[in-house]
Design a protein around this ligand. Structure first.
Ligand SMILES: [Zn+2]
Length: 414
């Protein structure tokens, strides 16, 4: 076996031949002068063997994966060929994408490591700077997703996610059926969501959407009404429960402000007990609530209203759910608790879009699950310098395209 062949076998360099090599000890780099493996040059589009038209002297280099901490580079001067169908064109480079400066193998590693660990450690493992790493990641993901068409959507969820201190947001569109993220755009204004509907979806796709789930913000509700003529709007259960819990908590805060020293002591630690779902309360929690029942009627009333509202989500028939809402609202208004009354007003305004839940059983719960993953991504990076880096990672981890799988199979080795 020749040395060149040995290097090729050791480094598992498929589809190419090692012509010669240089080891640069100072830079700790191995430079391999290579040639696409089989004789002759191939057209990048039809893979046909074609005549060489021009031999260029320009030596291009592609970075490959590190071996024992040494950087490996492939060097080659691509030739210009003439294809009977595609005309004059640069020959196909089997180990890398057209414009790429790194091999498919390295691209694959960057994608896989980015899913597994922080970018900092990944960059260190691959012996590159953080900025090079995120640059490669961005370019690869953009290339793979370029021209990608979203598959038919029937149920979508729209939500906003913050990604940086200082209230920076991205709008995320979920495919609730397949629990994937189909689109992410910077910002949370109408402009952002309009871009999704106008640029990404065709009119036909918009008509096919049957259900849309979002929070109570007018921006998203308005956009769904304008763009999806056949979609039934379902307000997200999670956001409604949160609004009610916040109203209840507002009552607690009001009472806390009014309370004297001894009373404050009794109210301490109450917040978490009130927020808990009734089934999750311990006997100790129940004892504390029984005391509150006697000592502070207002807080107790608010908590009972909150617990009662939970029944709504279990109704199977629409008219019964409607009747329940009506009675609940009347009782809630009679409670004379201002924050709860505010919640009733919101509820009445959106009744129709809340009732749709009974039929669809649709919540952004899948989306909330995905949201948790997004939070993990965010925490792992401890803040992103650019919005692009954040969007890249969302697409990579829970996007609708399996990005690493788009790298040709024979280069997918770790
Ligand atoms: Zn061709």
């Amino acid at each position: 076996m020749t040395t060149n062949n040995l290097i090729r076998k050791l480094l598992q360099l498929k589809d190419l031949r090692v012509v010669s090599f240089v080891f640069r000890s100072r830079a700790r780099e191995l430079h391999l002068f290579v040639k696409p493996y089989k004789n002759g040059c191939r057209c990048p589009q039809c893979e046909r063997r074609c005549k060489i038209k021009r031999i260029s002297r320009e030596l291009r280099s592609w970075r490959d994966v590190c071996v024992c901490g040494r950087i490996v580079r492939l060097l080659y001067s691509p030739k210009e060929i003439e294809c009977p169908t595609h005309g004059r064109i640069q020959e196909k480079i089997p180990w890398a994408d057209k414009q790429a400066r790194i091999t498919y193998r390295l691209e694959y590693l960057v994608l896989v490591y980015a899913q597994m660990m922080t970018q900092k450690s990944a960059a260190r493992l691959l012996r590159m700077s953080n900025s090079t790493f995120s640059d490669i990641l961005h370019r690869t993901i953009t290339r793979v997703r370029d021209g990608h068409r979203i598959r038919s959507l029937t149920a979508i969820g729209i939500d906003e996610v913050s990604y940086c201190k200082g209230h920076k947001y991205v709008t995320v569109v979920y495919d609730l059926e397949r629990s994937q993220v189909v689109w992410v755009g910077p910002g949370k204004k109408r402009k952002t969501i309009d871009r999704f509907f106008n640029e990404i979806l065709s009119d036909y796709q918009k008509k096919k959407i049957e259900w849309a789930c979002c929070d109570m913000s007018e921006t998203y509700i308005g956009a769904i009404k304008d763009h999806c003529p056949n979609a039934k709007l379902v307000l997200d259960r999670f956001h409604i429960v949160k609004a009610l819990s916040n109203a209840m908590d507002e009552v607690r805060k009001q009472e806390w402000r009014k309370a004297t020293g001894a009373e404050k002591k009794a109210l301490k630690g109450l917040r978490w007990i009130l927020f808990k779902h009734p089934v999750n309360r311990t006997p100790e929690d129940k004892r504390i609530l029984a005391v509150i029942r006697k000592s502070n009627r207002r807080i107790f009333r608010a908590s009972v209203l909150k617990d009662e509202f939970d029944l709504f989500w279990h109704y199977k028939s629409e008219w019964a759910a409607r009747r329940f809402l009506k009675t609940w609202c009347t009782t809630a208004l009679k409670s004379r608790l201002q924050p709860i009354r505010g919640f009733v007003a919101t509820l009445r305004k959106h009744t129709e879009n809340i009732i749709t839940f009974i039929q669809s059983r649709l919540t952004n719960a899948t989306a909330e699950g995905l949201n948790r993953i997004i939070r993990i991504i965010k925490n792992r990076a401890s803040g992103f310098r650019t919005v692009d880096a954040f969007i890249d990672l969302i697409y990579l981890t829970i996007g609708d395209v399996d990005i690493p799988a788009q790298i040709p199979a024979r280069f997918r080795t770790t």
